[in-house]
Design a protein around this ligand. Sequence first.
Ligand SMILES: [Zn+2]
Length: 385
Amino acid sequence: MHTGDASYIRQLNRKIILQQIMQHKSISRAEIAKSTGLNKATVSSQIADMLGEGLLLEQHAEVSSGGRKPIYLSFNGSCGYAIGVDIDVNSISIAATDIKGKIVAKEIHSIEDSGFLAVEEKLKTIINKMRGTLPESKYGMIGIGIGVHGIVDNDQTIIFTPQHQWRNIDLKRSMESFFQVPVIIANNSNLCAVAEQVFSSESTNLACITTYSGIGMGIIIQGMLFQGFEGFSGEVGHMIIEPEGRTCTCGNKGCFEQYASEKVLLQEIRERIGRLDLPLEELHQIIEKGGAEVEEVIKNYTTHLAIGVNNIINILNPEKVIINCEIFSYHPAILEKVEKNLTSIMNHRKELKISTLGKNACMLGASASVIKDFLKTDHIVFSQV
Ligand SMILES: [Zn+2]
């Protein structure tokens, strides 16, 4: 406990003032003092520091109601840039955002060689290239956030990625020594949850379920990411929902992701109609058209997905449950089918919704995590980008 420590209180006041400014397009010193309850001298001193650091812009009001024209403050988003990366199974997505979370550049690169050294080399090349395209700014590239589809411990070491079979890899230290900026390595679902909180939800209690090739979940409790004892929380893809069910890569049988991942749904539809090579666009059309065979697969899928979602809601009692799954974005009716299965009186949640951030979520969460560290604040809210 640091109460009474002057520098701690100063840091706390800075966070409060910064959050006020970030939540408003522009705000005066007097308005900040009024809304935060801090005295004017404290506000002015902190503002002077932040102006000196280039984090704020001052603007004189055009019209005055008499007396001195008020001076408005706004957050200077273009004083630095964060890089957010999503290392997926077959591709690397990368985005640069300004420190207001606005995407200024975005690219997707395919992974030809999924060996760690090849991917690391590729990361260095594409990040360097994007860094070179960033506009001139006071701080330049402030840091890099990287989401991996696997288990990352509290020390940000990559413990295991099932798709690429990477084990015990210290990508953080290697990238930090190469780029000389702070680097954050995190699980992709955790970063998706951070993105939902920062970019599209005021909720401080949410569960974000990502279902693509596997299933993961990021948990925000009381505004903070819950990561568990070692950092491995949210591995809901490996909840057993069918005793003696399908064999999973984790070594168990009947895991949730063997029944309710997007990959499984698409594969089962392809198998049912006897066209294993059916392109995604045609598959969307087939789902849209419906028909007994496809409906049966979807019913089986939504039943299993609802079992998992039911369990998650009962454990967490989240305000919002957000599902990040590309197929749901195209076919929102599938979510309605899931919701119809959630009939228990114990299923308390305010909202079950489809992510509007989709495949950008991991990159945006990575970027937002870098910005939080840079600003030394644990709570930021940006408008939808
Ligand atoms: Zn499993």
